[in-house]
Design a binder for this molecule. Structure first.
Ligand code: ADP
Ligand code: MG
Length: 233
């Protein structure tokens, strides 16, 4: 049985989260609450703890102290098996460099989360294929990641994050390797698809232009979430 949250109204919460790597404190008491359906940009300088915070929220890293909650469940006290189920069944991920499986075609990469969830291959490939038209990738289904441009690969990674209709997408610098225009196209697609599916998005970026796509921006400085900027959009 998992402990239930009584006080939390956020879907995702970090409460006084602390994590030190060796002698480097990465998080020093981070607090964040994200509502269901919200798109939150986590900003801040390089090395401030943004990725570490995202990894703690997503159950990839376990904090030394503090609490992480998702949908009324304590994440930080779960065992690795339950955290990996949470990541597989309820979260989608987009990282800076797409991280597609190079041996698989683009459509096979996108079908992967469905196959892991137990879908039959024809159904998984058909559902994955539908995302190619939606994201302007029609005709690229059979390419391998080495045969895609950076922007195309990142849109394939986006399709892979979205295909199983996760409740949350955790995106860490998803436009970091792209030029401005391509980055904006990827953000437009991410935000449009997330809003259409009601997906909550936690978006780490150090680019103000990218953060402007979010409903709300928070700033991480020295391992703490120390400023809130409400964005009217
Ligand atoms: P950001 O994403 O804001 O650039 P990070 O969360 O990656 O920052 O890193 C925060 C701090 O923790 C930095 O000082 C970084 O060097 C350190 N750090 C992050 N990950 C590790 C790790 N796996 N091992 C050692 N130090 C790390
Ligand atoms: Mg980072």
């Amino acid at each position: 049985m998992s402990e239930r949250s009584e006080r939390s109204d956020g879907m995702i919460e970090a409460r006084d989260v602390r994590l030190t790597f060796g002698s480097t404190p990465a998080l020093r008491g981070a607090n964040l609450s994200v509502a269901r359906g919200e798109i939150v940009a986590v900003m801040g300088p390089s090395g401030s703890g943004k990725s570490t915070l995202l990894h703690c929220l997503a159950g990839i890293l376990v904090p030394d102290e503090g609490e992480v909650w998702f949908d009324g469940q304590r994440v930080d006290t779960m065992n690795e098996e339950r955290r990996s189920m949470l990541r597989r069944d309820r979260f989608g991920f987009v990282f800076q460099f797409g991280q597609l499986v190079p041996e698989l075609t683009a459509v096979e990469n996108v079908a992967l989360p469905l196959l892991l969830a137990g879908a039959r291959r024809p159904k998984a490939v058909a559902e994955a294929g539908a995302w190619f038209e939606r994201l302007g990738l029609g005709g690229l289904e059979g390419r391998r990641s080495g045969e895609l441009s950076g922007g195309q690969a990142q849109r394939v990674a986006l399709a892979r994050a979205l295909v199983a209709k996760p409740e949350v997408i955790y995106a860490d610098e998803p436009t970091g390797a792209l030029d401005t225009l391509t980055g904006e196209q990827v953000m437009d697609l991410l935000v449009t698809a997330a809003r259409a599916q009601g997906t909550t998005v936690v978006l780490v970026t150090h680019e103000a232009r990218v953060a402007a796509y979010a409903d709300r921006q928070v700033i991480v400085t020295d391992g703490r979430v120390d400023a809130l900027v409400e964005v009217l959009s």
